[in-house]
Design a protein around this ligand. Structure first.
Ligand SMILES: [Ca+2]
Ligand SMILES: [Ca+2]
Ligand SMILES: [Ca+2]
Ligand SMILES: [Ca+2]
Length: 414
C-alpha cells in the first residue's frame, strides 16, 4: 500500500549516500550503467584520453507558483484559447483543481482554485462537447467516481456529470476507441479493473466494457501501436504480483483483446509512449517507483515489444516524459524523483539506452508529476518543464536555455 501524501519526510541523504558508497546494493542499476559507459568510452577512445561525459545543462529554474494541497498532476493546455499556454493541476489534498493562466513568457498568473470531487488523482483533457474550450475529466480516487468538467471562455470550468466506478479510480486516458470521433475514456481502478466509458459527443458518456485484470493498476496510456487504426492500451500494474506493463490491443469498438504482460522494474507507476530508436514505431517508457529505475521497451511494430531495459534514475522516480531536449534528434527523458526532489534529464543514445550521468535539477519537495510545455501555443521556442510539487503545494517552471547554447556546448572540439 502506498499513498501520495507521504512525501515531505523522505530523506534527502539517499543520493549522497549512493555517491559515497558506489558499491551499495541500491545503486546496482547505476553501477551497471557507469560500467557500461566506461567500457564504451574505452572502446571508443582506444589509447587516447577523453573527458568523461558531461550532460548539457539545458534548463534553469525560473519560478514557482502556489497551487492547492498535494498536487498530483500538472497539465499544460490553452484553457481560455488566447494562444498562451495555461496550466491545470489536480490537488489531492484539497479536493481542488488549480488553473494558472499563462502570460506567454513563461510566467503565470495566480491560481484560480476550483472545488471538485474528493481526491482528484489524475486528469485527462479532451473536447467533449462542441465548443472550442478544452474539457476535463477527473479520476476521483476518494469518491469512486469520475467527474467531467466543461471548459469555459473565462478560463474556468463548469461541472458536468459524475459517473460512479467500482472503485478507487487512479488513472484516466482519453482517445476515440470506437471511431465515431467522440472521445472515449479508459479508467484504471486500483482494485485490479480497467473500465471503459464511451463518449456521446455531446459531453455525456455511457458505461462501456469493464475488465478485471492485473495487480494494482497505476497508470494508463492509449495509442495505436500496430497501425491498424484501432486504439490500443498500455497499463502499468504496480502490485507485487505482476510488476509489469500490460498491452491490450484494441478491437476498434471500445473493447480490448486479452493483454500481454511485459516485465518492468519494481512497482511501475507511469507509462507513456515515445520513439527511442528513430524507427517511427512506438516504444514504451515506464517509471518504476522502487529501486530507482525506469524501463524502456522498443516496439516491434505489431503491438509487441522487445524485453525491457532498465536504466537508473535518482531516488524515488515517480513520473517521466520523453522528448528530444538537446536537439540531436535522439529522444531523451526527463524524470521527477519524489524522494531526492529533483528532475533527472537523461540524454538518449537512439537505442533505448542513455548517457550517464544524467543532468539533475533540484526541485521543491516531492515533485510528483512533470510536463513539458511551450510558453505560447503557437510559438516554436524551446519547451519548458513544469513540475507538480506534491510536498510543497506548488508548480515550478524550468525554462530551456535554447538550443544554440546547448549545441555549442556539446559540439566536438575542432
Ligand atoms: Ca468514440
Ligand atoms: Ca491498434
Ligand atoms: Ca521505436
Ligand atoms: Ca536528444
Amino acid at each position: 500500500m502506498w499513498t501520495n501524501h507521504h512525501v515531505a519526510g523522505f530523506p534527502h541523504e539517499k543520493w549522497w549516500a549512493l555517491k559515497k558508497t558506489p558499491g551499495s546494493i541500491r545503486s546496482g542499476v547505476w553501477n551497471l550503467a557507469v560500467a557500461a559507459s566506461s567500457v564504451f568510452l574505452l572502446m571508443a577512445n582506444g589509447c587516447t584520453k577523453q573527458d568523461p561525459y558531461v550532460p548539457p545543462d539545458l534548463f534553469y529554474y525560473f519560478a514557482s507558483y502556489k497551487v492547492g494541497k498535494n498536487p498530483t498532476t500538472v497539465t499544460p493546455t490553452d484553457v481560455n484559447q488566447d494562444s498562451f499556454t495555461d496550466l491545470v493541476t489536480t490537488n489531492m489534498g484539497s479536493n481542488t483543481l488549480s488553473i494558472l493562466l499563462g502570460n506567454g513568457d513563461g510566467s503565470f498568473g495566480d491560481q484560480v482554485e476550483l472545488n471538485v470531487c474528493k481526491e482528484p488523482r489524475s486528469l485527462a483533457l479532451g473536447m467533449f462537447n462542441s465548443d472550442p474550450f478544452p474539457d476535463v475529466v477527473l479520476a476521483c480516487s476518494g469518491a469512486d467516481e469520475i467527474s467531467v468538467l466543461f471548459g469555459r471562455a473565462d478560463g474556468k470550468f463548469q461541472e458536468g456529470t459524475r459517473y460512479p466506478v467500482h472503485r478507487t479510480p487512479i488513472a484516466i486516458a482519453i482517445d476515440d476507441l470506437n471511431g465515431d470521433q467522440a472521445p472515449d475514456l479508459v479508467v484504471a481502478l486500483r482494485n485490479d479493473k480497467i473500465k471503459v466509458f464511451l463518449g456521446t459527443g455531446t459531453g455525456e458518456f455511457t458505461h462501456g466494457a469493464q475488465y478485471e485484470y492485473g495487480d494494482t493498476p497505476t497508470s494508463v496510456a492509449l495509442a495505436d501501436l500496430d497501425g491498424d487504426g484501432k486504439i490500443d492500451l498500455a497499463v502499468t500494474n504496480g502490485g507485487p504480483m505482476l510488476n509489469a506493463v500490460s498491452i491490450w490491443m484494441g478491437n476498434g469498438n471500445g473493447t480490448f483483446r486479452p493483454p500481454t504482460d511485459y516485465r518492468t522494474g519494481k512497482r511501475p507507476l507511469a507509462v507513456s509512449f515515445a520513439d527511442f530508436n528513430h524507427d517511427r514505431i512506438s516504444d514504451l517508457l515506464v517509471i518504476n517507483g522502487v529501486q530507482d529505475s525506469f524501463t524502456t521497451f522498443l516496439g516491434i511494430g505489431n503491438g509487441t515489444f522487445q524485453p525491457g531495459r532498465d536504466s537508473g534514475a535518482d531516488a524515488g522516480p515517480n513520473f517521466g516524459l520523453a522528448r528530444d531536449f538537446n536537439g540531436d534528434r535522439r529522444t531523451d527523458v526527463a524524470i521527477v524523483n519524489l524522494q531526492s526532489s529533483d528532475i533527472s534529464v537523461l540524454f538518449g543514445r537512439d537505442d533505448g539506452t542513455f548517457e550517464y550521468p544524467p543532468r539533475n535539477y533540484r526541485t521543491k519537495p516531492g515533485p510528483f508529476a512533470l510536463a513539458s510545455f511551450h510558453v505560447t501555443t503557437k510559438g516554436t521556442e524551446e519547451p519548458g518543464l513544469v513540475t507538480a510539487d506534491n510536498g510543497n503545494g506548488s508548480v515550478s517552471i524550468f525554462l530551456h536555455r535554447g538550443l544554440k547554447t546547448s549545441s555549442a556546448s556539446i559540439a566536438p572540439p575542432p
